[in-house]
Design a protein around this ligand. Structure first.
Ligand code: SAH
Ligand code: SF4
Length: 368
């Protein structure tokens, strides 16, 4: 998807259009834009795209510094009761080998990650009613009691009471991407559910005291540039602490298997504009970007991102967490290695974040 009409009519090497430069300056200073201005920025090509990425990088540096937070992700179950049209874990996909790690296996994986250097663990799964909530709450409690790490959950839609019990067990954060701000597209792609109920859950999570993450998929069939702008404005109106923004990657065993993938460039532009409007929010260089483009994570880190979520799911499970193809260890076997990430980040002038990587208090400049 290109967010620019042919009638804009300038070659990619041209200087910045005056209206583009004005919107970019406004975003960098006031961190607010109207929807048309966001669409204008998303239409950046050539010099304009380079200027957009630079501006996002500057806002990231000014508000968050050089630190990149590493969050080790453990994908502990690929069972899913939902049937999202884009996802390989969907209920009707019979070609996937299902697994569910035991609480002991999850604890062991978390221990290994902590020993390797990680201070932040993400537990993710399909919407798996077969994993007892009591067991899950015990796993969270045990990790919090024994490991001195931040715990993020990403388990999809659950009841308010479930969220409360997991929060009581010690979970710090919850990732629940809104996926798309277009209610009709949301309902079509996630049968049996609505954008409204997703947003209601995000509110519950905030009320329960979680640090909350939402985010979207870029390049879904039927999406428009206006929708991408609405995604960004929605993140801003929710006031998220984290936002995962990744390209759509078609999975052959889903109804969207023959749709084209999202574009890396468009995803980077959505990420960059999000950084301009949400200067304090944690924005990962997503795995999906790394799968589409071997250089995708580095490019994202240079366009506003300040988080990487290495996959530390143990073998033999990780290959079966096939949300989309190509996911298993995008950086090869070194993907899970904290030490390797330290080296790679140093090589691009960044450093691993110390501590848990909680969000800085909104509105407070860095260091105050
Ligand atoms: N079941 C939970 C968490 C696991 S799915 C949930 O749905 O919230 C994690 C994320 O994978 C989803 O939020 C979605 O944004 C992303 N995802 C799923 N299929 C994808 C695909 N084909 N391309 C890109 N991202 C995808
Ligand atoms: Fe299940 Fe999440 Fe995939 Fe939807 S996106 S099918 S809820 S794992």
């Amino acid at each position: 998807m290109r967010c620019r009409s042919a009638s804009a009519g300038r070659s990619e090497s041209d200087m910045l259009r005056p209206e583009f430069a004005a919107a970019l300056a406004k975003a960098g200073e006031a961190h607010t834009l109207a929807r048309e201005e966001i669409v204008l920025l998303l239409g950046a090509e050539g010099e304009e795209a380079a200027a957009l990425f630079r501006a996002a990088d500057q806002v990231r540096a000014a508000h968050l510094g050089p630190e990149v937070h590493l969050r080790a992700i453990i994908e502990f179950s690929n069972h899913c009761a939902r049937n999202c049209l884009y996802c390989g874990l969907r209920r009707d996909n019979r070609r996937i080998r299902r697994y569910r790690m035991t609480p002991q296996e999850i604890l062991a994986a978390a221990h290994r990650a902590r020993q390797g250097g990680y201070r932040s663990i993400v537990l993710q799964s399909g919407e798996d009613p077969g994993f007892a909530l009591d067991d899950l709450a015990r796993v969270v409690k045990r990790i919090k009691e024994t490991l001195d790490v931040a715990v993020t959950l990403s388990l999809g839609d659950r009841s308010r009471d479930d969220y409360r019990r997991l929060r009581d067990a010690g979970a710090d954060r919850y990732l629940l991407k809104h996926e798309t701000a277009d209610p009709a597209l949301f309902a079509r792609l996630r049968p049996g559910t609505t954008l409204e109920s997703r947003l209601e859950r995000l509110r519950w999570l905030q009320e329960l005291g979680y640090q909350v993450g939402a985010g979207s998929i870029v390049g879904l069939p039927g999406q428009t540039c206006e929708t991408l702008a609405a995604d960004i404005l929605l993140l801003q109106s929710i006031g998220v602490e984290m936002a995962g923004i990744g390209p759509f990657i078609p999975h052959p065993d889903t109804p969207l298997g023959s749709s084209p993938p999202g574009s890396t460039d468009t995803t980077l532009k959505v990420l960059a504009v999000t950084r301009l409007l949400l200067p304090h929010t944690h924005l990962p260089a997503t795995t999906a970007l790394a799968v589409l483009d071997p250089d995708g994570r580095r490019r994202a880190l240079a366009a506003g991102a300040n988080v990487v979520m290495p996959d530390v799911t143990p073998a033999p499970y990780r290959q079966h967490y096939a949300i989309y193809p190509g996911r298993s260890r995008p950086q090869g076997e070194g993907e899970a290695s904290f030490a390797r990430w330290e080296r790679e980040l140093r090589a691009i002038g960044r450093q691993v974040g110390t501590g848990y990587g909680h969000i800085l208090r909104r509105g407070s400049p860095r260091g105050s």
